[in-house]
Write a protein that binds this ligand. Structure first.
Ligand SMILES: [Zn+2]
Ligand SMILES: [Zn+2]
Length: 357
């Protein structure tokens, strides 16, 4: 179980279905939601906070558009359409005239089933990825029990007292009992009023060691002031500009594709106008305008520039992708990643330092 670069090793179809193993190569089960809920109710505030951060990381990770997820959505949409059209053709032949109602029911069931399938797939991938973060912060990556006080065995493994999973001692880089996670974002109402600012519990990304850390929003509007004040205003502007550019072509493409919808309603309104349907004309015009306005805000959102990419923009600018501390001169780990001295996140920088020996 080497600590390969996160993107190569832990996303996609293979990572979602590959069985998880501990550091002795023994298959283990994935952390369950119930494990995290139990830990979140713990009397130990550090453990409870860690469990809540892990839950937020799963939520954040579930929102990411990876190629396998996009492919699955396309397959599911095509599958639902195919099944709906074939069953409704069949039903209208045999169940006429109740066929229409039954086929609507079939459509609802198909959409419900495919949503269940998709969220199950996404959650499985995210729950697998969370294991390394859990161990890094001092809980078992399989059952979320605390590893505090568990003595390492002769091979340098810490064995979970609850389920027996074995973890290499050096994986526990910032245990919750001695080094609580750095909080990056401050509470703010901005995510509810401004497009482009995500909520704090949707801003988690794995660092290049696969450990989830909180990362700034792509406009740096909700970053805690003491972290932001260490970055000069010019540098802030440069970084925010780079973040705006990230994903901008995809946002433009998405906007163009979505514009088909209001265009269609404007066309219908024009048809109503031609047929002297005054009420229909105004209803359709109002509907088209509302859709147009909501689509016009898409270029301002942070779509296609989630926490994963925001963090990489920061690292490219020589700063920690989580807490903004300069990485210049930060110590390197055994794989040539710079380890942030403030928050412990590890990043592969464009100019990798020589690996520590
Ligand atoms: Zn365990
Ligand atoms: Zn940091």
């Amino acid at each position: 179980m080497n600590a390969a670069r996160h993107e190569d090793a832990r996303t996609g179809l293979g990572a979602t279905f590959r069985p998880l193993v501990d550091d002795r190569g023994r298959p283990i089960r994935r952390i369950q939601r119930a494990d995290l809920l139990r830990a979140a109710r713990s009397d130990n505030p550090g453990l409870a906070m860690l469990a809540n951060r892990l839950r937020a990381a799963i939520r954040s990770e579930s929102r990411r558009n990876t190629p396998d997820r996009i492919a699955l959505v396309v397959v599911l949409v095509l599958g639902v359409m195919f099944l709906f059209f074939t069953t409704s053709a069949f039903l209208s032949m045999y169940l006429h005239p109740r066929g229409a109602g039954v086929s609507l029911l079939v459509l609802v069931l198909l959409i419900w089933g495919s949503r269940r399938l998709y969220s199950g797939y996404v959650r499985r991938g995210a729950l697998g990825q969370i294991a390394w973060t859990a161990v890094a912060e001092g809980v078992c990556g399989s059952c979320a029990f605390s590893l505090e006080g568990a003595p390492p065995d002769a091979d340098g493994h810490t064995v979970c007292p609850e389920c027996g999973a074995a973890w290499r001692q050096e994986r526990i880089v910032s245990p919750y009992w001695s080094k609580p996670a750095v909080v990056i974002l401050r509470p703010s109402i901005l995510p509810w009023v401004l497009p482009g600012v995500r909520r704090a519990n949707e801003l988690f990304t794995p660092d290049d060691r696969g450990r989830f850390v909180q990362s700034p929003d792509s406009r740096m509007r909700t970053v805690r002031r003491e972290l932001l004040s260490a970055v000069s205003p010019e540098e802030q502007r440069t970084i925010i500009r780079a973040m705006r550019r990230c994903g901008c072509w995809w946002r433009a493409l998405l906007t163009l594709v979505l514009l088909v919808m209001p265009a269609y309603f404007f066309y219908l309104a024009w048809l109503a106008h031609r047929h002297n349907d005054v009420i229909g004309f105004w209803i359709l015009l109002a509907l088209a305008s509302v859709i147009l306005l909501s689509i016009a805000s898409v270029p301002m959102t942070s779509a296609f520039c989630g926490p994963h990419r925001t963090a990489r923009v920061l690292v490219r600018h020589g700063r920690c992708g989580s807490c903004l501390t300069p990485l210049d001169g930060a110590p390197a780990d055994d794989q040539g990643r710079r380890v942030c001295e403030h928050c412990g996140a590890a990043w592969l920088t464009p100019d990798p330092p020589p690996p520590a020996t």
